[in-house]
Design a protein around this ligand. Structure first.
Ligand SMILES: CC(C)(COP(=O)(O)OP(=O)(O)OC[C@H]1O[C@@H](n2cnc3c(N)ncnc32)[C@H](O)[C@@H]1OP(=O)(O)O)[C@@H](O)C(=O)NCCC(=O)NCCS
Length: 146
């Protein structure tokens, strides 16, 4: 396995989209936002923050970020990270995250935010290991209807 982390190009589009479908529970928030349009938006408007992990032409992971988080212009947004199941637990997600964090630093951002489902222990573990601390959270109060 000889994986390199490199900027995403338009040729990676289909592989990135399909890998997201494979990795995310797309019926659950926030992963239900995963779509062709979401990938296209990042590549078109946030291309400096789109990276892939490439093993001999196979895209085995990606990280997509955005230059700001909602109205916070000084805050980078680490939005999407996924690693193919057979490449997990080898530090690839951390490598992609560090690449994006380095770019956020170069952009002069003062912090980076990533939003993670409370039901995603792998992602929470990854964020903690990458130096993120838990911040403000929103809880959905649900009333079941008959
Ligand atoms: C979350 C995900 C990206 C982690 O990718 P990865 O390449 O396996 O992560 P790394 O190897 O860099 O692991 C970094 C750290 O994260 C934590 N971690 C990773 N997977 C974990 C798991 N299944 N359970 C608990 N902690 C986990 C560990 O602390 C790990 O360090 P360690 O291996 O030294 O213990 C991967 O599991 C994935 O693609 N999941 C599905 C998609 C998803 O939920 N993406 C995140 C939200 S956008």
């Amino acid at each position: 396995m000889s994986v390199i982390v490199r900027p995403m190009t338009v040729d990676d589009f289909v592989q990135v989209y399909k890998l997201g479908l494979e990795c995310y529970h797309v019926e659950d928030k926030p992963y239900n936002y995963w779509s062709l349009g979401e990938v296209a938006h990042h590549l078109q408007h946030e291309s400096a923050l789109c990276y892939v992990a490439d093993d001999g032409g196979r895209v085995v992971g990606f990280a997509l970020g955005a230059e700001s988080f909602e109205i916070l212009e000084n805050t980078g947004h680490l939005e999407w990270v996924a690693i193919a199941p057979d490449y997990r637990r080898s530090g690839l997600a951390l490598k992609l995250i560090e690449t994006l964090v380095g770019i956020f630093e170069q952009m002069g951002k003062v912090q980076v935010v990533t939003d993670i489902s409370s039901e995603n222990p792998a992602s929470r573990g990854m964020a903690r290991k990458a130096g993120f601390r838990e911040g403000i959270s929103v809880t959905f109060f649900v009333r079941d209807l008959k």
